[in-house]
Design a protein around this ligand. Sequence first.
Ligand code: KIV
Ligand code: ZN
Length: 514
Amino acid sequence: MDNNRVIIFDTTLRDGEQSPGASMNLEEKVKIALVLEEMGVDVIEAGFPIASNGDFEAVNAVARRVKTATIAGLARATKGDIERCHQAVRDAPRHRIHTFLSTSPLHMKYKLQMEPEAVLQKVKDSVSFARTLVDDVEWSAEDGSRTEHDFLCRCVEAAIDAGARTINIPDTVGYAVPDEYAALIAMLVNRVPNIDKAILSVHCHNDLGLAVANSLAAVAAGARQIECTVNGLGERAGNAAMEEIVMSLRTRPDRMPFTTGIKTEQITRASRLVSAVTGFVVQPNKAIVGKNAFAHESGIHQDGVLKCAQTYEIMTPESVGLTRSNLVMGKHSGRAAFRDKLKHLGYDLADSAVEDAFVRFKDLADRKKDIFDEDIVALIDEAVYRENDRIRFHGLEVLCGTRHNPPKAELDLEIDGVVRNVKATGDGPVDATFNAIKALVPHEARLLLYQVHAVTQGTDAQAEVTVRLEEDGKTVNGQGADTDTMVASARAYVNALNKLLVKRQKTAPAALTA
Ligand code: KIV
Ligand code: ZN
């Protein structure tokens, strides 16, 4: 392989899914994996198979569907974990076991309660065992960036001797700074005698906002695999954002002469899919995929861009899959224009999904004169990625205002195929609506967040509502959009409940780390 080619290892489905609230069901994971494969991701880490039966099934389903990318599963350094991981990934034409063990003094003393020599032995045993099952083994030194150098060199050398082809040095707690992290990678390149037999990989968390900078610095120092996630999803402050890494390399080859296999034009599509599935709204000013990333608000900037786009644009919107088309849609727009718009927005949907979305679009167009791109994105996220939901929103009527005391809600939900109706009251229209949902779907989940924002401008704008629920320490996010804020609220709550149902099916993961 070209020595300057960087392997993109996407862990959205594993580390990304570990973010509180970002649960995904099996079908959603498969859908995301197929999009990642199509965009050219080299390795897809599909999950942590030992964590639960649900995780195992999802990794296995991804392994059966994905044909070109390597499918990796995570395993702790035990036979049980490694065997389960192998069973989950082995149906993929290319598969990898990714096993890890902590190596920092802090983790060895408090978390593992093991002496360094015993840790070293476990590294050898776990990697050797994984190699009896597969050729492609990756070993990670958890908390690698805080590991004492001599000991890290010994562990890396031992893992390579035992057969690991990829050595990953995570900055598990997002503590490293770029020059320090690059020096760590350079130190391994210079000191580990068999380092040429493995690819060095980096895996950075974003606690100090340095995950992307650290990853790029490490590549300059010799790393050739970057572990990252779409939209920077991940534990705590997240992982390095794939779109930022890939576009940095594409935009600045003069400073970073490295390439990836990513078709960057598919970035927007992947970002929207991950956001819709997880319910994690991308912040408007997020680099590359935020709503404002290519928007020029000030007159001076707009004037400059009209004269010559490069005055204020270092990347073209097209290079990340955005369209410059400002075709506003309305009730007279037909199927062909709608299809064309979806294509421009980066969606590639099956005919039945386009048809469902078109029906929702027509319904929206009856209520809203101009339909902007943002409206269509909200509508697709709503309509298309919810096909496996057990609870479906059917209808809502709310009475509120000063003459209706207390506010009343009448709600229809379809639950496991049966439509049911209920009336409820509450302290306000939202409370009445949520009480109606609780009457039809009794649950103990606590509402942690209720947030509304307008998708576009104007009083006929769609409201996009986010609802966060918590049950037994597990949190989920739900989203809903509609021109009626109460309907959007009900849809968001129902979406969150569907995710809780998925979470409940998964057994509690055994003390997952990082
Ligand atoms: O952050 C981390 O250390 C990890 C490892 C398990 C690779 O996610
Ligand atoms: Zn991690």
